[in-house]
Design a protein around this ligand. Structure first.
Ligand code: SF4
Length: 291
């Protein structure tokens, strides 16, 4: 084929792809733990221990944060909403999530778990995905790890009702989706599931617009900080949050720490997690729980 024709073909293909919604690019894969969902291309690969204790290979489509790309239509506008507007926007988003089937996790969940908390929270916690108990209750962090998170929040001098708690994936990722009643069946969401679901979390963040986000665990930290470094390397500093799909009304900082489930398995890490939380407390002027 002549070179000019090839160039023309490549140009048309590029234009075509640029106009496709990512929904159209989802692979309707069978619902298995290894399901592959093509919401985003990969650029960086990293291995990380997940909240379920497994080693996860996770891929990200970018290695460095980039500026927010979008559109007022995704957040109504780029200003901070009032309480009523936030409640309405989060309710509408939760309803969308309840009916979502953008990735295979939608076919095996009992309940989607959008997230909960104070719509005006200055602090937001983001984990990786719902587990067994969360799937049954439709609420985030209500199992053993959730009880520890409650204690961490209380130690900071806050209550669960003062913060917002969510996950990157809104439906329960299972190792064996054919046996949802099995315990120990949790796994972290894979890269495709994260790519499919992250727009919901991004919209929640833009609506709530917290001052600080604590990413719980390496999977959450890497996805939100968009860096494939280990959790150990990401901890200890604040990052500017940049989102793919929505525009933030104001800058949001993010800090990475251990997932509470990892702290249950490795109690010796709790003192390091406390150091992380104290960094946030300093920024928010929190004195911590009274002894
Ligand atoms: S995990 Fe997210 S993208 Fe997948 S079905 Fe659930 S809500 Fe939809």
């Amino acid at each position: 084929m002549p070179k000019n024709s090839i160039n023309q073909l490549a140009k048309e293909l590029k234009n075509f792809l640029a106009t496709q919604d990512e929904d159209d690019l989802i692979t309707a894969a069978a619902s298995t733990a290894a399901a592959s969902v093509s919401c985003s291309p990969k650029e960086v690969t990293s291995k990380e221990e997940t909240s379920s204790g497994a080693t996860l290979t996770i891929e990200f489509r970018r290695s460095t944060p980039r500026a927010s790309t979008v559109t007022a239509s995704n957040t109504a506008d780029a200003s901070i909403m009032n309480t009523t507007q936030k409640q309405a926007a989060l309710k509408e988003l939760a309803e969308t999530i309840q009916h979502c089937s953008r990735c295979p996790l939608g076919a095996t969940r009992l309940n989607a778990v959008p997230g909960e908390g104070n719509v005006n929270a200055e602090l937001m916690f983001v984990g990786e995905g719902p587990g067994f108990d969360e799937d049954r209750q439709g609420r985030p962090f209500v199992g053993r790890a959730g009880q520890l998170l409650d204690k961490m929040i209380a130690a900071m001098g806050l209550t669960r009702e003062q913060v917002y708690i969510a996950n990157i994936a809104k439906c329960h990722p299972m190792v064996d989706p054919l046996h949802p009643d099995k315990h120990g069946n949790d796994r972290a969401p894979n890269a495709g599931e994260i790519a499919c679901c992250r727009k919901y979390l991004e919209q929640q963040i833009a609506i709530i617009c917290p001052k600080y986000i604590v990413a719980l665990g390496g999977v959450s930290a890497k996805a939100l900080i968009a860096d494939a470094k280990s959790l150990g390397a990401l901890r200890g500093q604040f990052y500017d949050l940049h989102l793919d799909n929505v525009k933030l009304p104001r800058p949001v900082k993010i800090l990475a720490t251990f997932h509470p489930a990892a702290l249950l398995r490795n109690p010796g890490w709790k003192k390091d997690a406390w150091i992380d939380l104290q960094m946030v407390m300093d920024k928010l002027g929190l004195k911590g729980a009274r002894k």
